[in-house]
Design a protein around this ligand. Structure first.
Ligand SMILES: Nc1ncnc2c1ncn2[C@@H]1O[C@H](COP(=O)(O)OP(=O)(O)OP(=O)(O)O)[C@@H](O)[C@H]1O
Ligand SMILES: [Mg+2]
Length: 330
């Protein structure tokens, strides 16, 4: 679809970390119902895990792992140093990330007790400054984009990036995911209309229809290609006037933690289309990378050699298909 064009790949979406703690007791045991107006509690936790995340960072990590050099577009705080080094070590261009002078990088903080009850907070922080980012100066520096992916982020930022793409004629990919639950029909129509590719999972595809008021056919008429992931059932690719293509998910996957599968699928699907592979092959590459994420805790903790990836791909989709992918994984 974007085959053999060697432009830049701009990935604009959230950049965040998750701080996850575990409390070996029950929150409920400490809550005094008559005293809720004076609530003040502290829980001694014995485990803190800091996970790298954010949609843009996850997708860039996947593209970088597959040998591409994506450009991360998003807003962070002064605390981004370690995360920046990590992404750069994995091939991500972080030169154009906006660094807030006053706010920290977006952070999700969650404590879970032994009954799986949770106290969680999301601090958007620097993310709200994504609306200050203009794409044109980035493009001047990195070269004309093959595409700009616009994923879940500060809604005003998403809207601004989408409008700038339309104005300047950059091909854009709509991946509104989590923002679908919060966005108005008008916002979602603006984010989707005219996209080269629309990504969502199946639940979100229904949300897009109900919020925009467009039928499935009307959505399809407004985008080039619609890619709908179906969890363990794989993925469906639809184009107006053509029969849909379905690709099965990888077999023999031990599901450990699914967070980030959608992002990994997108990264590998887009890597493959950039290599010039067709839609079916690209979806198979997407499913293969997603399988690695399902099997690991965290969204950027997988690793493999090119040969390991190819072997897995071949076991699922056959040697002929693998031969098409092989030249790009050496
Ligand atoms: N249990 C599984 N076994 C194998 N592959 C899976 C499994 N779950 C997901 N996948 C792969 O990941 C892709 C994306 O999954 P899914 O549709 O669940 O994304 P999602 O709902 O956007 O997930 P998230 O938002 O949590 O990242 C699927 O197309 C499939 O290839
Ligand atoms: Mg998702």
């Amino acid at each position: 679809m974007f085959g053999h064009v060697s432009g830049s790949l701009l990935i604009a979406a959230s950049i965040a970390t998750d701080h996850l703690m575990t409390f070996r007791g029950k929150f409920a045991d400490s809550l005094v119902v008559e005293q809720l107006d004076k609530l003040s509690l502290s829980f001694l936790v014995d485990d803190l895990e800091i996970r790298r995340g954010g949609v843009a960072a996850n997708i860039c990590f996947g593209l970088g792992t597959l040998g591409l050099a994506p450009v991360l577009v998003g807003a962070v705080g002064e605390d981004f140093g370690d995360y920046r080094s990590w992404l750069e070590r994995h091939g991500v261009n972080c030169d154009h990330v906006h660094v807030s002078e006053t706010k920290h990088t977006a952070r999700f903080v969650c404590t879970t007790d032994e009954t799986m009850a949770q106290f969680a907070s999301f601090y958007p922080g620097a993310m709200s400054e994504a609306r200050l980012i203009e794409l044109a100066p980035i493009v001047r520096s990195v070269g004309d984009p093959t595409f700009v992916l616009i994923g879940a982020d500060d809604p005003d930022g998403m809207l601004r990036h989408t409008e700038e793409c339309r104005q300047r004629g950059y091909a854009f990919i709509a991946d509104p995911s989590q923002q679908l639950a919060f966005g108005s029909g008008e916002l979602i129509r603006d984010l989707v209309d005219g996209a080269s590719i629309l990504f969502s999972n199946e639940y979100e595809s229904h949300l897009i229809e109900s919020k925009t008021g467009w039928s499935a056919e009307e959505v399809l008429a407004r985008v080039g290609t619609q890619v709908t992931t179906l969890g363990a059932d794989g993925v469906r690719i639809s184009r107006k006037g053509e029969d849909p293509i379905t690709v099965l998910a990888c077999k023999n996957v031990t599901a450990v933690e699914p967070t980030g599968v959608g992002d990994a699928f997108r990264a590998a699907f887009l890597a493959a289309t950039t290599w010039g592979l067709g839609l079916e092959r690209s979806a198979q590459v997407g499913c293969t990378l997603a399988a690695y994420v399902v099997e690991t805790v965290g969204t950027q903790e997988y690793s493999f050699t090119g040969q390991e990836f190819l072997t897995r791909f071949s076991e699922n989709y056959g040697a002929d298909a693998a031969a098409e992918v092989a030249p790009f994984l050496s």
